[in-house]
Ligand binder design. Sequence first.
Ligand code: C2O
Ligand code: CU
Ligand code: CU
Length: 498
Amino acid sequence: MKRRKFIGITGVGTGVVLFGGTSVLVTTSGSCNMDGMMNMDGVAPEVLEGAFDVPLPVPPSMSANGAALAAQRTTATVFKGKTSTVSGYQPGGILGSTLRASTGDLVNATLQNNLAEPSNLHWHGLLTPADMDGHPSDVAQAGGSLSYSFPILNRAGTYWYHPHPDMKTAKQAYEGLAGFFLVTDAEEQALGLPAGEYELPLVIQDKRADAAGKFAYSPSMTDEMNGLLGESVLVNGVHSPMAEVATRTYRLRILNGSNGRIYNLALSNGASFTLIGTDGGLLAAPEAVASLLLSPGERADVLVNFSGLSSGTEVFLESKTFSGSDYQGKQAFRILNFKVKEGGADPFSLPSSLSTYSPIAEGTATRNRSFDISNGGGHGGHGGGMAMHNINGKSYDESRIDETVTAGATEIWTFDNTEGIDPHPMHLHGALFQVLDRAGGRAQVFPHEKGWKDTVLAMPGEKVRVIVAFGQEKGVYVFHCHNLEHEDTGMMLQMEIG
Ligand code: C2O
Ligand code: CU
Ligand code: CU
């Protein structure tokens, strides 16, 4: 039996609305307009492709140590020939620089909050002390600033940063606030992976824009239930871009930075990706994959070999259809155009092994916890109203600790979406994990779910078990669904590591 969703936003004016024969509790609230309600069990809006002739921008790299990020409202050319109002971490541009550091570095970075509302920085995937992690209530008010200082404990990998203020994460990320945080180490350096112009960080995000290219964060009730899915798919802040590539092997560091959209990534010429890493760094060995289903928050580190293709060939990074969700995955669309130009011989040769990654034995776990993420019912949370999204029937409450974990513990966590109707990419702060198994639904662990992870997708009908290696840092961290509308409408809990 699939459950229907119960809606309730705290605020004034509560009523019950009937549609589809189901009564839904509705309250009026400034952030939730009703336009989308007729569409609540419908299909995601159709993706509209652009001309694929605008060059792909690559955010500049800077050392994470000493980085000064200034969150602000500004403008950028997101859509060809149009000026969009966006947010960025610098004037005149969406997103932020790619921050770089090496394992063992001590990083100091500052956030100047020039937004008109609270903000902060969360270092997604990095193991930081709790007070450096960008907890939802640890914010700089409008006009204020925050300093972050922490050592890089993680291995080489594709991490990222974004704001995490309570109930404003979805809005601020959607408006443009996010960036890559790339960590390297000696093990990775020894591989001689494609670098410089042959390494492309790609953040994929979708927006809903008007004809003038403006996008404002104004989720409908449908968006708050499903996650806001936009019609325009951007890469590095530009709609339908084109990247000239040489006849070489490229390293693509792909981040799904979308609020709610899942992509089933593939190459239009049928070539496979060589998967070399996932959320938390390199795999033990490369693996060829035909497609990659990437949910919000997840990363894939892949090699694509363009050598052997003739000059002028166009290869698209595309999203193929997928099953598992009633709402999304029905449409195939193109995302990015790689245009091949002659580039001489490819000097790269693929190493047969990549890293010393090894799996954690299941028997070493000292505790099991299970989380019902089916969102059937729920109570408590923001102001005590019926919450739209929850975990174990509880929605986010900053004054409540939901789980207490021993520092350094190894535990098995189960995300149970057996009775659910929405996909939920579940994300932990303060720890990395490995995916043990998936029961129901797709019933397997995919290549891009191997290695160290911090986000894992549980489709409706699925129960996913992960083995978590908690760090030694003590304090309060959150864990949540990385569908950002779900997160902001309550699908987040707190754990205290002690
Ligand atoms: Cu990328 Cu708590 O999030
Ligand atoms: Cu995170
Ligand atoms: Cu969710």
